[in-house]
Design a protein. Structure first.
Length: 93
């Protein structure tokens, strides 16, 4: 299972449009996933901390820029149980 941490406001609000394109592909390929959207600054840190506090292994994919990635990294409880990917959709990408 993939967990996507998506910043819908990335790339000046185009993040949600990019997510919809990605979601369509995931559904077509029947890939199991869940998505958690950030709603405010530092929200990604809280989301990921809550997600990774269970001592289970997780595959996390970040959709956002360097700020979202930084927040996700700060929220990871145990790096040895995490596979981390990023789809860079920040304004500088």
């Amino acid at each position: 299972m993939y967990t996507f941490i998506a910043n819908p406001n990335a790339r000046s609000g185009r993040g949600i449009l990019l997510w919809k394109q990605i979601e369509k592909i995931l559904q077509e390929k029947e890939i199991e996933y869940k998505v958690l959207f950030t709603k405010y600054q530092h929200h990604a840190t809280r989301l990921v901390h809550d997600l990774t506090s269970d001592s289970a292994s997780h595959t996390i994919v970040v959709l956002g820029g360097d700020g979202t990635l930084n927040e996700v990294i700060n929220g990871i409880s145990d790096f040895s149980r995490i596979v981390l990917g990023i789809l860079p959709i920040g304004s500088g990408n």
